[in-house]
Design a protein around this ligand. Structure first.
Ligand SMILES: [Fe+2]
Length: 257
């Protein structure tokens, strides 16, 4: 199993992000407050924006912490859910609105953030196996967290699914922060990572170029290899072959560049 060799693959769920229709937005808040036991101090984040000057601010997102944890050191064991609504005026495009519309859904789980103890190593490991990320590793200036966002999971040639992953590391060391700062200087001072991701997704949806989790060519190669098998027939040997295919694909891509 890879995670015995790679401790950075021992993921835990850090948070999840839910997209909702604007008519659900306040309702979800009320349900969290009453049914899920979220107190006012458990609302840990909110972002507002005035899209058109003079029309007033709208709430873009809020995040709530579910469950109490009495040991300070275990504060991260709480479950965090972030809620996002398409806050843009109707006249303006919105990838959040489009994601909901494509699913004919008033609520859609958009991403799950998995926490690792070594984001840099995981990032390299995933890139070497053909995984696409839509942002460099970002650091939120207000929060002690570094994070990166993957491409979406969807079938080649079909509509994007609106589902992707985030990978985070909490409390990164000063040394790691310095290393990262040298790595991607221009992204380092972004205001907040929420807006960074939001803007990137908006750009993808407007240009209709949504980055897939792995490239379509690689997806198809893997698909053809396993098309005729039942999932229980996929052996360790097959997994190793698939991994080799991913590694070789990435190597050949780098060679072309
Ligand atoms: Fe997130």
């Amino acid at each position: 199993m890879p995670n015995k060799n790679h401790p950075f693959l021992n993921f835990q769920v850090d948070h999840m992000t839910l997209l909702v229709d604007p008519r659900m937005y306040n309702m979800v808040y009320i349900i969290f407050r009453i049914i899920f036991g979220v107190s006012k101090s458990d609302v840990i984040y909110e972002k507002k924006k005035e899209w058109i000057t003079g029309t007033g601010e709208r709430s873009m997102t809020y995040a709530v912490k579910i469950g109490a944890n009495f040991e300070e050191s275990e504060v991260l064991r709480n479950t965090i859910i972030a809620v996002v609504q398409p806050s843009e005026p109707e006249s303006q495009p919105s990838h959040v609105r489009e994601m909901l519309k494509t699913h004919v859904a008033s609520a859609h789980w958009q991403h799950i953030a998995l926490r690792t103890n070594d984001l840099l190593s995981f990032h390299k490991y995933a890139i070497n196996r053909g995984v696409n990320f839509i942002t460099p590793i970002l650091k939120d200036k207000d929060e002690d967290v570094i994070q990166v966002f993957s491409g979406e999971w969807y079938l080649p040639g079909e509509k994007p699914s609106g589902l992707f992953f985030e990978f985070v590391q909490r409390n990164p060391s000063d040394l790691l922060l310095k290393k990262l700062e040298e790595h991607n200087r221009q992204s380092w001072f972004r205001d907040t990572t929420f807006l960074g991701l939001y803007g990137e997704k908006e750009r993808e949806y407007q240009t209709k170029k949504v980055v897939p989790f792995i490239n379509q060519e690689l997806f198809e190669e893997l698909y053809l290899k396993f098309e005729t098998k039942n999932v229980w027939e996929i052996e360790e040997e097959d997994i190793n072959k698939a991994e080799k295919l991913m590694l070789d694909y990435t190597k050949s891509k780098i060679a072309i560049k």
